[in-house]
Design a protein around this ligand. Structure first.
Ligand SMILES: Cc1ncc(COP(=O)(O)O)c(C=O)c1O
Length: 379
């Protein structure tokens, strides 16, 4: 059987089954060359010129992500932010874009700061409300709709298929930050999105030991070529060792994401009854806003991210985070180790995170251990 036509678990575990033809090694070498030999007749028939534009170290990782997202092409970037901002930098000043009110804070700050000064007309919308999206779209002028689902730090759900259809009717493309859902749980391109972005720093790599980003496109078109030029020219290019590490991390993607989702669901159900917890924000809870949409577009779980609002306000939340033993008090998400974070402290002014909110990234440890540690921290 050809690994390329196998199930996604097989594609990830075998990294598409590639071997190094020269040595017969089943894991790839790390290509570190920054430049490539020109032919004697002055041509570059290898297709490689300089590693800021392209690098054989990316080929296998890009092919795996592309296959998992069922896209036409993928491109690795130096970070999730480099990947996301490349999409906006491929637009022209004066163009109108919609982005969510609830989203990864650093990208929101970049959009309302740098991108707006640079000339993009950025409008923040409640993406969980299709009527609000419809009202904000300006047919012919809106070029891009950016969504994140589930969205940091409240785990708000956006209906990908409905938003794709609204964006397309207005002549805009839809890009989805699918970092939290991962290709294991959601396939945005199959639901009508044009671009998918991942902070590969998170679940794709899964071990909290590199910073990387990736974009996948449904079709190789003019916008995609502009995005590729942004990477090559501005140079938000991933390092060779990081690309190799990412490929290794992705081999266990499905096991990790399923384990984290199962534990997150258990933890959410446990904490919603907890006397010290005012609310649990998790799309897997039946009464969560967006649960029905999440159930329709996520398959096999609702992801490893949840937030809790601790009774007693900010001081009680920070005190609970101070008492954990197993959970690590740190920012980021999607690693094998569980992290807990007082989100408003890092996001600062303009955050939609209430002051009593703790964000939990559930890892792959034993769920009973994680629950016991939270129990003693909340006591
Ligand atoms: C949902 C989401 N998107 C994008 C990013 C940015 O990724 P990076 O930190 O790799 O630049 C993050 C980082 O936390 C994230 O959580």
């Amino acid at each position: 059987m050809d690994p390329k036509t196998a199930h996604p678990e097989t594609i990830a575990a075998q990294a598409l089954g590639w071997i190094d033809e020269r040595t017969r090694a089943i894991t790839p070498p790390i290509h570190v060359s920054s430049t490539y030999l020109r032919d004697e007749d002055n041509q570059y028939r290898s297709g490689r010129v300089y590693a800021r534009a392209d690098n054989p170290a990316f080929d296998q990782a890009e092919a795996v992500v592309c296959a998992l997202e069922r896209g036409a092409q993928a491109a690795l970037f130096a970070s999730g932010m480099a990947a996301a901002t490349a999409v906006f930098q491929a637009l022209a000043p004066g163009e109108h874009v919609l982005a969510p009110k609830v989203m990864y804070w650093s990208l929101r700050n970049w959009l309302t700061g740098f991108a707006s000064h640079w000339g993009l007309e950025v409008e923040l919308v409640d993406m969980s409300d299709p009527a609000a999206v419809q009202a904000a779209l300006r047919p012919g002028r809106t070029k891009l709709v950016w969504i994140e689902t589930p969205a940091n730090p409240l785990w708000t759900i956006t209906d990908i298929a409905a938003t794709a259809s609204l964006a397309h009717q207005a002549g805009a493309v839809l890009a989805v930050d699918s970092t939290v859902a991962t290709p294991v749980l959601t396939q945005p391109l199959a639901l009508g999105a044009d671009l998918v972005m991942h902070a590969a720093t998170k679940y794709l790599n899964g071990h909290s030991d590199l910073i990387a980003g990736v974009l996948v496109t449904r079709e190789d078109n003019e916008l995609w070529q502009r995005i590729r030029r942004v990477r090559a020219q501005i140079g938000g290019t991933l390092g060779s060792f990081e690309a190799w590490l990412l490929l290794r991390g992705m081999r266990t993607l499905h096991l990790r994401v399923r384990a984290a989702s199962l534990s997150a669901q258990r933890i959410a159900e446990h904490l919603r009854l907890h006397p010290r917890v005012q609310a649990v924000l998790y799309p897997g809870l039946p009464d969560a806003p967006g649960h029905a949409i999440a159930a329709g577009q996520m398959e096999g779980g609702f992801g490893g991210m949840l937030s809790i609002r601790v009774r007693g306000g900010e001081a009680a939340a920070i005190a609970a985070a101070a008492r954990v033993g197993l959970w690590k008090r740190a920012t980021s998400l999607g690693g094998v180790e569980s992290l807990i974070e007082h989100r408003a402290s890092i996001e600062g002014a303009g955050t939609p995170a209430p002051a009593d909110l703790l964000r939990l990234s559930v890892g792959i440890e034993d769920a009973d251990d994680l629950i016991a540690d939270l129990e003693q921290a909340l006591r």
